[in-house]
Design a protein around this ligand. Structure first.
Ligand SMILES: O=P(O)(O)OC[C@H]1O[C@H](OP(=O)(O)OP(=O)(O)O)[C@H](O)[C@@H]1O
Ligand SMILES: O=c1cc[nH]c(=O)[nH]1
Ligand SMILES: [Mg+2]
Length: 219
């Protein structure tokens, strides 16, 4: 897997990620979702440079010009819930992509620290031969991405997989790198050092799903 680390170079993206992390700003849910969406737009733009293009004739009111346009069939798949604003950002740019939605959530059967990832909902077109973009803003242990990859197996074999995320932990990135095909790409805004005992990214930003949409009852 090739890792593309957006904030390795300074850009306006620093400000969007800082606002996601900052406790005095992140409680504004509209701004939080829009910042995730903006990062989806930037990462989508970066990802677009790796796609295949073909020349097409375009007719303007004054003449004709050949332009290189993307040729790929793209499916954007987001992991509920926190993947939704990232999905919107990607779809703003890849506006004719097909779309998949999948649920993966942390189920705590007995206590706070131990959890399993449950995948219960999937709505997807065929992925056969297509570019699959998997969107989830948090890559903590990496289990959600890996479980989702397994759940999508019945939908066909994508030509190439691009993971898009906002904050990743080093150990989770190493895990997805081992489990995803070698020709996969990870487009990620920033990479943090570690996870806490509950599997949260430190310093991270907290719970992305709750910050987007409000708290949910644990079950
Ligand atoms: O890399 P992992 O260890 O799997 O953790 C990352 C997952 O955790 C969060 O989802 P959560 O279960 O909190 O669901 P939510 O988006 O509905 O809040 C996040 O949105 C990722 O899907
Ligand atoms: O740090 C984390 C880890 C998983 N899910 C989140 O929303 N945040
Ligand atoms: Mg959550």
């Amino acid at each position: 897997m090739t890792v593309h680390h957006l904030l390795e170079k300074k850009s306006i993206g620093n400000k969007f990620v800082a606002q996601l992390r900052d406790m005095s700003v992140q409680k504004d849910r509209l701004r939080f979702r829009r910042n995730v969406e903006r990062i989806g737009e930037i990462l989508g733009y970066e990802l677009s440079k790796s796609l295949r293009y073909a020349e097409q004739n375009i007719t303007t009111p004054l003449g004709k010009i050949k332009m290189n346009l993307p040729e790929e069939e793209i499916v954007i798949c987001s992991i509920l819930r926190a993947g939704l604003p990232l999905h919107t950002g990607l779809l703003n740019y890849f506006d004719d992509a097909e779309n998949s939605f999948i649920s993966a959530y942390r189920h705590h059967p007995n206590d706070d620290e131990n959890f399993e990832i449950l995948v219960e909902y999937l709505a997807s077109p065929s992925l056969e031969g297509k570019i699959l973009i998997l969107a989830d803003p948090m890559l903590a242990t990496g289990s959600s991405f890996v479980n989702v990859l397994q759940a999508l197996e019945t939908m066909g074999n994508p030509k190439e997989i691009h993971l898009v995320s906002v904050i990743g932990a080093k150990e989770g990135i190493e895990y997805v790198s081992r489990e995803f095909p070698d020709n996969s790409h990870l487009w990620i805004a920033t990479i943090d050092e570690k996870l806490d005992e509950k599997g949260y990214i430190v310093p991270g930003l907290g719970d992305a799903g709750d910050l987007c949409f409000g708290p949910k009852l644990q079950h």
